[in-house]
Design a protein around this ligand. Structure first.
Ligand code: SF4
Length: 394
């Protein structure tokens, strides 16, 4: 069993089964305090009696195994592929990004093995949906990195603990809503009470491609977590193709939910926008995006836009526009009073696209990417609808 999925009563029942004599609430608090420090191995819970430690080692799932690991950016970016238990022997990606100057260590975590939403430019989508991750499988991605940092990663001024968590790895967090919400509660709960890792809600970011009911649920939590919404297109016509879930939650509904989220939480929202050459990154796209955002937020603070140059992968030949075009796109937004940042792609030398490390692993271990063919056809179909770029025959 996974210790993070046991609530207090479940843990007390387990201790009773072990014949533990000390007051259950006392032992439960001890164990949960260890879990809140990221220690999930019974053997390391050193203030428990030896017999109980051995029983917990037997009962708890071991921490997930690291199947593959790669580093880039002089050790500042580290990507791991973690083995999940359960049927099919799944694997998911997590990334540790270090920012020594601001003393931050950010972990990017996955919430699903694969994804069903089928955005054609996304390597994770090409693997198709395999299964949801449970609470423990989500949190273990943080504890694995926590352990790594505590041991030391050989980077000057790197923090010795995780400071930020972003739900931007494989899968759509709001399509696995309950475990995602439970994970947010654990991340931000009070460690001294054995309720969580003690991160400030402001240092937790949940990313979504726009599942409106999920955004409204997050809003109801009353936690000032940051919401990052992936737009990727300035209108419904193109977004229907690039982010197919737009057909269920079109831009007008999505922007209304975003406005309500900002009003209820007083948090500034971030829009994510992948820049793809000849698809969504032209001057006209930038102007339409500026209009969309200005029109969507006429009164409140204008959301920040993160512009992410496309990471080409073997299965997705689309690429980022040249740097000058990226800067021009950002300038159009800035000119319209919309704060925009061109993001540097961390780890471009290590399969930086989300899902790419998994894709390499899957293919080299004899698995398939069941959604890859459909995605390739959709890529071609979308490209055919775009205006021919200058210098190329229509
Ligand atoms: S971009 Fe996100 S929602 Fe779309 S297929 Fe990839 S993981 Fe799923």
């Amino acid at each position: 069993m996974d210790p993070y999925t046991l609530d207090r009563d479940g843990l007390a029942a387990l201790l009773e089964r072990f014949g533990e004599r000390a007051a259950p609430s006392y032992r439960v608090r001890q164990i949960r305090r260890w879990l809140a420090r990221g220690v999930d191995d019974g053997a390391e819970m050193t203030d428990l009696p030896a017999t109980l430690r051995a029983q917990l080692v037997e009962a708890f799932d071991p921490s997930p195994r690291v199947l593959r690991e790669s580093t880039a950016d002089a050790g500042l970016t580290r990507k791991v592929l973690l083995e999940c238990g359960g049927p099919g022997g799944e694997a998911v990606e997590s990334v540790l990004m270090l920012y020594p100057r601001s003393r931050r260590a950010t972990v990017c975590i996955s919430t699903q093995a694969g994804c069903a939403l089928g955005c054609p430019f996304c390597a994770t989508g090409q693997a198709g949906f395999r299964r949801q991750l449970g609470l423990g499988e989500i949190l273990h991605q943080v504890t694995v990195m926590q352990r790594l940092l505590a041991r030391g990663v050989g980077v000057t001024d790197a923090p010795d603990h995780v400071t930020n968590v972003v739900f931007m790895g494989m899968g759509e967090p709001l399509a696995n809503l309950e475990p995602t919400i439970a994970a947010v509660r654990w991340l931000t709960g009070r460690p001294e009470e054995g309720e969580g890792f003690g991160l400030s809600a402001r240092s937790v970011t949940v990313s979504t491609v726009g599942l409106v009911p999920g955004i409204r649920r997050l809003q109801g939590l009353g936690l000032p977590i940051t919401l990052a919404v992936s737009l990727h297109a300035p209108n419904d016509a193109l977004r229907d193709d690039l982010v197919p879930v737009n057909r269920q939650h079109p831009l007008a509904d999505l922007l209304a939910a975003c406005r309500d989220y900002v009003a209820a939480t007083s948090r500034r929202l971030t829009f994510e926008y992948v820049l793809i050459e000849d698809i969504n990154a032209g001057g006209d796209d930038a102007r339409k995006l500026a209009e969309l955002i200005r029109g969507g937020f006429p009164d409140g603070p204008v959301p920040h836009v993160n512009l992410i140059p496309m990471n080409a992968t073997p299965a997705v030949p689309w690429r980022a526009p040249p740097t000058a075009a990226q800067r021009a796109f950002a300038a159009v937004l800035e000119g319209a009073g919309i704060p925009a940042t061109l993001r540097r792609n961390r780890g471009t030398a290590i399969d930086a696209a989300c899902g790419q490390l998994y894709a390499d692993y899957a293919l080299s271990s004899g698995r398939t990417l069941p959604a890859a063919e459909g995605a390739a056809q959709r890529l071609e179909a979308v490209a055919a609808t775009r205006p021919a770029p200058l210098g190329r025959k229509p």
